[in-house]
Design a protein around this ligand. Structure first.
Ligand SMILES: Nc1ncnc2c1ncn2[C@@H]1O[C@H](COP(=O)(O)OP(=O)(O)OP(=O)(O)O)[C@@H](O)[C@H]1O
Length: 306
């Protein structure tokens, strides 16, 4: 399968501080690939470099095999970009703005009208064609932002935190649109929210403090996040010291009279041991749920490994 995007030893320094160091990854398939990282991890810097908005201090970016530094114009033709703040001219109508972006993307003059109509149709904004962008809701503005990113039918679309700042309904709509677009384009999407990446992405690249700490399928990532604790509710709970007698239990925290979080060293058999102890001592177990590590812990674990 051919490589759509390849990033090689990418590093960038703003003034004296390195924002990203030695980022390497390759995207070979269509679908949505997530770039996950906490605030300030280096997601926007990486994306801005890939899209040619920023020139890297070190390393290389290849789009469909074209070196972005060697042939920037040809490389950029194959990329669509929605930055964190969409580059919208809010005094333009949707139609005027998209016509303008089509010109910027060097779409042939006689094809512009159709390209604009097609992309408005694709992103569900045709009915707002004559509306000023400043009079659109946040969700529709984001659709216009996505429309400008795909108007020239790029092979890869880069979306920097596309659902940030949208309300819950707009987020659901935006996700739906992103999934639809992913049927014909490879999408690299950044977020600091793991659940967002989990819902949308097939593969995940994770960066933390400018370093890449994970790159694999979403499935392997989910398998990697080991359950760390159990949330347990009992009608007649014992004391923490009773629970600590169960082999494997390392720590117990009571959240309320009847609910506690039980930490353990080894997942195998721990739930069964708690259920058996509850039956034996009549603790009247009501609920027992495995909790996955919180994202901050995952960042910490992965950062320490790399
Ligand atoms: N123009 C700049 N000048 C100096 N430092 C910068 C600049 N832009 C970003 N940085 C720094 O580079 C690091 C990476 O920032 P970047 O914006 O790429 O992270 P991010 O993962 O996109 O974070 P966020 O989600 O908060 O936007 C941060 O420490 C940030 O403060």
């Amino acid at each position: 399968m051919s490589t759509v995007l390849k990033v090689e030893n990418l590093s960038h320094r703003y003034a004296s501080a390195w924002a990203i160091r030695d980022i390497n990854f390759e995207i070979t398939q269509s679908g949505v690939i997530g770039l996950l990282g906490s605030n300030g991890a280096g997601k926007s810097t990486t994306m801005n470099i890939i899209c040619g908005v920023l020139n890297q201090t070190e390393g290389k970016v290849f789009i469909n095999g074209i070196d972005k530094s060697g042939n920037p114009r040809l490389a950029k033709k194959q990329i669509g970009f929605l930055p964190q703040t969409p580059p919208l001219y809010t005094d333009f109508t949707v139609n005027e703005y998209l016509t303008y972006t089509a010109e910027l993307r060097f779409i042939e003059k006689n094809k512009i009208k159709k390209s604009v109509a097609d992309v408005m149709d694709r992103t569900g904004i045709s009915h707002f064609s004559s509306r000023l962008i400043k009079n659109l809701s946040g969700g529709y503005r984001q659709r216009v932002g996505i429309a400008q990113a795909i108007i020239h039918k790029p092979s890869i679309v880069i979306l920097d935190e596309p659902t940030n700042g949208l309300d819950p309904n707009q987020i659901i709509e935006a996700r739906k649109l992103i999934k639809e677009i992913a049927q014909d384009h490879t999408i690299l999407l950044s977020s600091h929210v793991l659940s967002e990446i989990n819902l949308l992405c097939r593969d995940i690249i994770m960066i933390e403090a400018g370093r890449m700490v994970f790159s694999d399928s979403m499935e392997s990532f989910n398998n990697y996040i080991q359950p760390a604790s159990l949330l347990v509710k009992m009608e007649n709970p014992p004391t923490a010291s009773e629970l600590l007698k169960i082999p494997g239990v390392t720590k117990v925290e009571f959240i309320s009279d009847k609910q506690c979080r039980i930490f353990f060293s080894n997942e195998t058999g721990i739930s069964e041991a708690i259920i058996a102890a509850s039956m034996q001592h009549n603790w009247k177990l009501q609920e027992i749920n495995l909790e996955k590590s919180v994202l901050d812990d995952v960042f910490k674990q992965l950062s320490q490994q790399s």
